[in-house]
Design a protein around this ligand. Structure first.
Ligand code: HEM
Length: 551
């Protein structure tokens, strides 16, 4: 005899008890196990019911279904009620669906309107602190930057970084949440990106830039899509500096197939990262990472080849070799397993190429929109190199601080990592000014929104490189929120390499060419139509590169 109400009620009771038992657990990491256990439990319960006297298989199936419906309905209701009424983040305002589920953010990411616009609207409606998920808070207050990311912050990387699991032996430096392991591993990276290492990279970057300049000269008079060409350039730089390998994208003028796989699927990745456990789950399903398999395979092959041809007598000449050296020398900073080594090698490309190429494309866009600023830079360059490009040296370029002003201003308006760099508050919570952010809350500050905020930035939407130099005081630049490379423990390891690559390429291009918008190109779509994906995705931009006289 089956009593649907009793069985459903029993399922509901278990659902509520289950919720209570997992309230303080980071359940994101166990979704795969939960689903697998649920399937097994369901089949087991069908079997158990069928063993009862007088119950046939059909009835056993119905009874199990009722039990599981009761269980899941109660579980979801209990979760929603808890999140709305009792959750530690309940005091923060935000859209109702966001308070209940992270899938609301996924929904916002999949709409035509880019997420950053939705986020800006939410802040306009609810203020500086917005609950963007059950335990996610977006903060638009400058004090939050030091509190979340600063050197003395007690926060750690959030659940976002647990998408490939929490095992420090398996993940890349970027996904390492454990502070002790992070500090150890960071030392090997720091060596690969130290000033000493950079001095060996410098001539190789210049040689890529020369190749880039030659390509631009060959195509003089034709409109070129700088979004694509900046990417070929920076991908080749990371091939050489990262792996000691020539990817030859500048030579072919075609995107490397391995990187294309990533770019083609970056919008999906952008939406999925809103629910870290979903990525974790997909990672557990064999073949689900299909679109990225070529990229994964390429990085794995490169690192294994390097390992095979390792010459311990030689000083490493690229980042991956520095990382391998730490392993060969059995240092505590070494990436612990082949899996984490491979993941690290992917970070070299992912962290280093799109960030730099987007910044270069954006800087060239701003210079083409502001010919007077471009002329100012050109004059400074011709003063440093009166006899032309063949006398170019990095030391002289480095001394032209206006190049850095342009890079800084570009990264203010278009930070390569827009937002979503979330940190988890410690068990005691933190204070941002007078506002208490409770324990285990995933909090973030949108770099894009705060770096234009009129409360701290005068003419926040305008491209004014001078705010970094002669107008610094009157425009109040010092003290205004600015952190495109992050701060503190987890700041960007490749910042100096990025400046080296950007200073070299920008100076060489402006010294050799007058850069302007191609006929019919307004730059409007490029400027306002970028996609807010995991990596900032820029639309094409047609620019003309007109060779300058005798340069
Ligand atoms: C304009 C260029 C660049 C910008 C704006 C930039 C920005 C950032 C930001 C915001 C982070 C923090 C991400 C996080 O906390 O999850 C980061 C991390 C990182 N960046 Fe960069 N980056 C740039 C170029 C580079 C380059 C050229 C490399 C060279 C390999 C690099 C390597 C890394 C690595 C390894 C991390 C991980 C550090 C960690 O997780 O603690 N970046 N970068």
């Amino acid at each position: 005899m089956v009593f649907p109400a009793r069985i459903g009620g029993l399922g509901a009771l278990f659902g509520i008890l289950f919720h209570i038992s997992i309230i303080n657990i980071e359940f994101d990491l166990y979704i795969f196990h939960f689903i697998a256990t649920s399937v097994i439990a369901f089949l087991g319960s069908v079997y158990a019911f069928a063993q009862q006297g007088g119950i046939g298989p059909d009835t056993a199936l119905v009874a199990s279904t009722i039990f599981f419906l009761g269980f899941n309905t109660a579980l979801l209701t209990s979760i929603a009620t808890y999140r709305l009424v009792f959750h530690r983040c309940r005091v923060f305002p935000g859209p109702l669906p966001a308070k209940i589920t992270r899938f609301y953010a996924t929904y916002l990411y999949t709409r035509k309107e880019e997420y950053y616009r939705s986020l800006a609207k939410m802040h306009a409606t609810y203020g500086d602190y917005v609950r963007t998920g059950p335990r996610e808070i977006s903060i638009l207050h400058k004090d939050a930057i030091a509190a979340l990311y600063g050197p003395n912050s007690k926060c750690r990387k959030s659940t976002f970084y647990g998408q490939s699991g929490n095992d420090p032996n398996k993940v890349s430096i970027n996904m390492l949440r454990d502070q002790k392991s992070y500090r150890q591993r960071r030392r090997a990276w720091d060596r690969g990106l130290s000033n000493k290492a950079l001095s060996t990279y410098e001539p190789r970057i210049k040689s890529k830039v020369d190749q880039f300049v030659t390509k631009l000269r060959t195509n003089a008079g034709k409109p070129l899509d700088i979004t694509a060409w900046a990417m070929y350039y920076s991908f080749d730089v990371m091939g050489d500096i990262g792996f000691g390998k020539d990817f030859n994208s500048l030579g072919t003028g075609v995107e490397h197939p391995a990187i294309k796989g990533i770019h083609d699927h970056v919008a999906i990745l952008g939406a999925l990262q809103t629910v870290p456990w979903l990525l974790n789950l997909l990672g557990s399903v064999p073949g689900a990472a299909g679109a990225f398999s070529e990229f994964f395979g390429m990085c794995e092959a490169e690192i294994r080849e390097k390992e095979k041809n390792w010459d311990s007598e030689k000083e490493p000449r690229d980042i991956v070799s520095w990382l391998l050296k730490a392993s060969k020398d059995k240092e505590s900073s070494a990436s612990p397993t082949k899996e984490s080594q491979a993941d690290d090698s992917r970070v070299v490309i992912v962290a280093g190429s799109d960030t730099t190429s987007n910044t270069l494309a954006n800087a060239l866009f701003y210079l083409s929109k502001h010919p007077t600023l471009q002329s100012k830079l050109y004059t400074l360059l011709t003063t440093a190199f009166p006899n032309g490009y063949q006398y170019w040296t990095y030391d002289k370029v480095k001394a032209i601080s206006y190049i850095d002003d342009i890079i800084n201003e570009t990264l203010r308006l278009k930070p390569a990592v827009l937002h979503g760099v979330t940190r988890e508050t410690p068990p005691e919570g933190i204070y941002v000014g007078d506002t208490y952010i409770p324990s285990n809350t995933n909090a973030s500050v949108s770099c894009l929104l705060i770096q234009k905020d009129a409360r701290w930035w005068q003419q926040g939407d305008a491209f004014v490189p001078e705010r970094w130099s002669e107008w610094r005081e009157e425009m109040g630049t010092d003290g205004a929120p600015y952190f495109p490379f992050q701060l503190g423990t987890h700041n960007c390891i490749g910042k100096n390499l990025a400046y080296l690559s950007l200073r070299t390429s920008l100076s060489a291009i402006v010294l050799n060419f007058e850069v302007s918008l191609a006929e019919g190109e307004t730059g409007e779509v490029f400027d306002t139509g970028f996609a807010d994906t995991l990596l900032l995705t820029l639309p094409p931009l047609k620019l003309m590169f007109t060779p300058r006289e005798k340069r």
